[in-house]
Write a protein that binds this ligand. Structure first.
Ligand SMILES: Nc1ncnc2c1ncn2[C@@H]1O[C@H](COP(=O)(O)OP(=O)(O)OP(=O)(O)O)[C@@H](O)[C@H]1O
Ligand SMILES: [Mg+2]
Length: 273
């Protein structure tokens, strides 16, 4: 079977119902328009990479889609529920139960074990996950042997996998990941990406991840490009080379100032994964 970036060929993505729908999404921070009318839908059981120059709105897009930030206008629907119509309390509940989020920095509590880190969000919400549920969450990321270890006793990749287990213990409708491999070396980053791919293919998990790395994006079913807060095209099941070529074509003109340089492929390509 042909495989690109660990991705099995012949995705059924087009046949799956929608997990996340963004309609005419705008987010203005004072005088900065971070998102300028974004329309996107992410299918259940698909892995989508969001790419674009620094400052193009990728994190803002993820934060709005995950209910961490309120858009200035437009709609966000998760599994058919529109977030804008929810009270703060109901939005908090939906975030807790239906949405997972991982960041570049793993954000684990250093003094807690892997198992305690995984169960913490649910405990804070007044629920007590069973030992079996925590063990299963760690087993899904291949860390059942590490349940009693603290973050400092684990590699970066293992810590990110604990963060994944923590985000996925509620079996969310969608997992958002903002540069999940940005702090990892290439090999460790590939391990995390392979794990995400396996969750999409084996469990039907929906994943939307921001990345600067064409190699990481090649694990996705679909790569969406953002420029200046707008969708600037997409690729389906691309190779890393195809992604890199498209990014180069989107690159702002060199010499237009420090921001333009920071947004170039050369400026971001140094980040592993
Ligand atoms: N809280 C904020 N207040 C003011 N401006 C903001 C805020 N958050 C983001 N912005 C601006 O919105 C734009 C988009 O930012 P965003 O963080 O979404 O970009 P990004 O594509 O994730 O960039 P990077 O690749 O560097 O992480 C940028 O111009 C940024 O400076
Ligand atoms: Mg960002």
């Amino acid at each position: 079977m042909a495989v690109t970036g660990g991705r099995a060929a012949g995705s059924l993505e087009g046949m799956q119902p929608t997990a996340v729908r963004l309609t005419a999404l705008r987010r203005v921070h004072r005088d900065v328009t971070a998102l300028d009318g974004v329309d996107l839908a992410f299918a259940h059981g698909s892995l989508t990479a969001v790419m674009g120059p620094s400052g193009s709105g990728k994190s803002t897009l993820l934060n709005c889609a995950a209910g961490l930030d309120r858009p200035t206008s437009g709609r966000v629907e998760i599994d058919g529920t529109e977030l804008g119509g929810l009270s703060e309390r109901r939005l908090t509940l939906l975030r807790r139960d239906r949405i997972g989020f991982v960041f570049q920095a793993y954000n684990l509590i250093p003094s807690l074990t892997a198992a305690q880190n995984v169960s913490l969000p649910l405990r804070l919400a007044g629920r007590r996950p069973s030992r079996a549920a925590v063990r299963e969450a760690l087993a899904r990321v291949g860390l059942e042997e590490r349940a009693g270890h603290r973050p400092a006793q684990m590699s970066g990749g293992q810590q990110q996998r604990v963060a994944l287990a923590r985000a996925l213990i509620t079996r969310p409708a969608v997992l958002f990941a903002d540069e999940p491999t940005g702090a990892l070396d290439t090999v460790t980053g590939r391990e995390v990406l392979t794990m995400l791919r396996r969750m999409v293919d084996g469990e039907g998990q929906t994943v939307v991840m921001v990345t600067h790395d064409p190699g990481a994006a090649s694990f996705a079913d679909r790569v969406v490009f953002l420029v200046d807060g707008r969708v600037a095209g997409e690729l389906r099941t691309p190779s890393a080379e195809q992604v890199a070529a498209r990014l180069a074509a989107l690159e702002p003109t060199r010499g237009a100032g420090p921001d333009a340089v920071a947004g170039t492929v050369a400026g971001t390509g140094a980040r592993a994964c």
